[in-house]
Write a protein that binds this ligand. Structure first.
Ligand code: FES
Length: 116
């Protein structure tokens, strides 16, 4: 887990996520800036906001809303601490994502023409 103000990167279930700590609490959200795709985990966490390293847009840690008025937001994810473990609340997959995984599995295991 990050130390106070440290920005970490995690790749979980095909999502790129930043993780940081502010005033002892852990926060997580999408690692891509909505402005031009800056990598937020390469930015910094200061005064309760995430600051993008490219053009310095800043986003609220709790809500993900842009603070300086440019607009846009980042998705934030709830973090739950249970004894020695932290859990991150990611949105569930859509039904068509399960369907895609199922067909991908079928094709990769039973088709002689599908090479991965
Ligand atoms: S890419 Fe993040 S502020 Fe421009």
């Amino acid at each position: 887990m990050p130390t106070e103000g440290e920005m970490l990167y995690a790749h979980i279930e095909s999502k790129q996520i930043y993780i940081t700590r502010h005033q002892g609490k852990i926060f997580a959200g999408d690692d891509r800036c909505p402005h031009a795709g800056g990598i937020l985990s390469k930015g910094f966490c200061k005064d309760g906001k995430i600051v993008c390293p490219l053009h310095r847009w800043s986003f609220d840690l709790e809500t993900g809303q842009n603070i300086d008025g440019e607009g846009g937001y980042i998705l934030t994810y709830p973090i739950k601490k249970e004894e020695a473990a932290y859990w991150i609340g990611l949105p569930m997959k859509k039904w068509w994502e399960f369907l895609f995984i199922f067909f991908y599995y079928l094709m990769s295991h039973f088709s002689p023409f599908f090479m991965v």
